[in-house]
Design a protein around this ligand. Structure first.
Ligand SMILES: C[S@@+](CC[C@H](N)C(=O)[O-])C[C@H]1O[C@@H](n2cnc3c(N)ncnc32)[C@H](O)[C@@H]1O
Length: 240
């Protein structure tokens, strides 16, 4: 039997189970509903996203790793919507050591705690409560798999920038499939506006064709996704 970062895998899970779980989540409307959904999914989450071939945590970690030129041993990472800890576990393999995580789901946070990766884990309903960290306190702020329609609202982007040290990095991902296209376009507009205000500068944007397997009845194969990496400006650090 294979193992996830949070325990032994359940041998009976199939792609069809995953499809049903995700399609059921589309019925959840408010943020509280969504987070409750993750509480119920937490136990099977890692195994299910493996069946989905969900590569976002690895791809985003690799993107940060390839541009970060500071001291990995000292760098502090804020893993926003950390879930069970997949993103930080990839970053750890790449030489990063100091992780703090926030998520709305208590059950996801309990599993993240079991990994032993995080020095600090805090529950926070993103978009409703401010991210509970000090301004300009992290070298890297990363959010993977949570910026999409019906999940974390786009108002959180300026908070991600705020939490980052001057010269630090913000890494974000989103899906590029039909139901998320409008959200993705808005996210890109906000990123651009922050760049025009010289709050940060664009390091790279990576469009990925095969982001994860589609669960939609309409299309088969993979849906696309994107990774955005920005570097916080040194100039306006006091003004955010
Ligand atoms: C698809 S999982 C991604 C987890 C992890 N980053 C990964 O890539 O495996 C989305 C995570 O976002 C969290 N989430 C969704 N909406 C949220 C909100 N409004 N506030 C806080 N957490 C939220 C869920 O609890 C869940 O852990």
């Amino acid at each position: 039997m294979s193992q996830t970062t949070t325990g032994m895998a359940n041998p009976s899970r199939t792609f069809s189970n995953v499809k049903n779980v995700i399609l059921s989540a589309h019925k959840n409307t408010g943020a509280h509903d969504k987070v409750s959904f993750y509480d119920t999914w937490a136990e099977n989450y890692e195994q299910d996203v493996e069946l989905l071939d969900y590569r976002a945590p690895f791809l985003a970690a690799e993107c940060v790793n390839s541009f970060f030129s500071g001291d990995r041993e000292k760098a502090t990472v804020l893993d926003v919507a950390c879930g069970t800890g997949l993103v930080s576990s990839h970053l750890k393999k790449m030489g990063f050591h100091h992780f703090a995580g926030v998520d709305g789901s208590m059950r996801m946070l309990e599993l993240a705690k079991k990994t032993g990766l995080y020095q600090q884990l805090t529950q926070c309903l993103l978009g409703h409560d401010p991210i509970p960290v000090e301004v300009a306190s992290f070298d890297i702020v990363i959010i993977v798999g949570a910026l999409s329609i019906g999940q974390v609202p786009l108002t959180v982007i300026s908070e991600l920038c705020e939490a980052t040290k001057p010269g630090g990095y913000v890494c974000m991902t989103t899906r590029g499939n039909a139901d998320n296209r409008e959200y993705k376009a808005e996210l890109e507009q906000i990123n651009k506006a922050l760049e025009e205000e010289e709050k940060w500068s664009r390091v790279t944007v990576v469009e990925v064709e095969e982001w994860e397997k589609s669960v939609s009845e309409q299309d088969s194969g993979y849906i696309p996704g994107a990774i955005y990496l920005y570097q916080k400006s040194l100039k306006h650090s006091q003004l955010l």
